[in-house]
Design a protein around this ligand. Structure first.
Ligand code: APR
Length: 309
């Protein structure tokens, strides 16, 4: 397996480390900042001796090096500063993404592309359109991270291990995200048996704001430790054909009553990327919330079309 990671910043370099440590394949790390990807690659090579594990990593400024990659992870782009929403990154990151996707189209025409750059769902849609790849091969990492955040907060509230909590988060990877309290279970028992509606609502709200909480504390940059693990889980599910159900920003063509949009939904992930989109049986108010999330994404897509055609 050849895994190309474009953007050797916080998320990209830590993803490279995790992918290597999991022995998923060889890694090519690319960044436009002179020396950055090479430095990170050398640093990662230097831990191989400590791990007693042989692996292949190359750092470069030349995007041509991704040629023939099986899986590509795009983390290139700007991050949020305090006071910014993910959506504020739209125009600048779209420019970066366009340039990269045009190269991917010719350099790695068979690759499965995982988009990480924010605003996630919009960038995923954009990457899909620019590469022209089939929708099972281009998707975004967002809601699986949000689900892990929700699980963590529930675990803290109830003093129950994260290992026993299961949840779904749907919608955009942003303010329109939809952590589903109703479909959250603790060893098969509904969360609603453990917590009243008000408490669940508070945890949902904290989940939605978790990324912002981290951005505000960091002051410069956004979360990367948990995000890099969420990406690695996706890379592993593809490379090892795991058939795992993982929430990703997927292109919908009628599923959930939505069309021509990328938004977070649970999918079966295997060697060919998205192998199935799982349609949950939503209640009317949940459907309505997903629809509002999609409408807000549609508005941003329209803004982007006005700027970039
Ligand atoms: N090609 C390659 N790399 C690029 C390009 C490009 N055209 N444009 C920017 N980059 C690189 C930057 O040089 C930088 O090293 O992308 C890297 C981004 O790294 P960080 O600034 O550390 O950001 P990070 O925390 O890794 O987040 C990356 O993921 O979660 C999202 O919102 C976040 O969009 C952001 C992305």
């Amino acid at each position: 397996m050849k895994i190309g990671i474009i953007g050797a910043g916080q998320v990209g370099s830590l993803t490279a480390m995790r992918v290597l440590q999991e022995a998923i394949g060889e890694v090519v790390l690319v960044d436009i900042i002179k020396g950055l990807a090479q430095a990170r690659a050398l640093d990662l090579e230097d831990q191989a001796g400590l791990l007693k594990q042989d692996y292949q990593i190359k750092g470069t400024e030349q995007i041509e090096e991704i040629q023939g990659s099986d899986i590509l992870v795009i983390t290139a782009g700007l991050t949020r500063k305090p006071g910014m929403k993910r959506e504020d990154l739209l125009t600048k990151n779209a420019e970066i993404l366009k340039e990269i996707c045009l190269r991917i189209r010719t350099l790695a025409a068979e690759a499965i592309v995982i988009v990480v750059t924010n605003p996630l769902d919009i960038m995923t849609y954009y990457a899909l359109k620019i590469t022209g790849f089939s929708p099972n091969r281009v998707f975004g990492m967002g809601v699986s991270l949000d689900a892990s955040r929700f699980i963590n907060l529930i675990s803290k509230e109830l003093n129950i291990s994260v290992a026993d909590i299961d949840t779904y988060v749907l919608g955009s990877h942003g303010e329109g995200m939809l952590p589903l309290g109703r479909l959250t279970t603790i060893r098969g028992i509904s969360l609603e048996e453990f917590l009243d509606e008000g408490k669940i609502e508070r945890l949902v709200k904290r989940t939605i704001e978790r990324g912002k909480e981290i951005v505000d504390l960091l002051g410069n940059g956004s979360a990367y430790l948990a995000p890099s693990l969420a990406i690695t889980n996706l890379v592993k599910a593809i490379a090892k054909n795991e058939k795992r159900i993982i929430g990703v920003s997927a292109y919908l063509d009628g599923e959930y009553g939505l069309r021509d949009i990328c938004i977070g939904v649970p999918c079966r992930i295997g060697r060919s990327g998205i192998e199935d989109i799982i349609e949950l049986d939503l209640q009317p108010q949940e459907k309505q919330a997903l629809l509002s999330s999609a409408l807000s994404l549609r508005e941003q897509l329209n803004n982007l079309k006005q700027c970039h055609g």
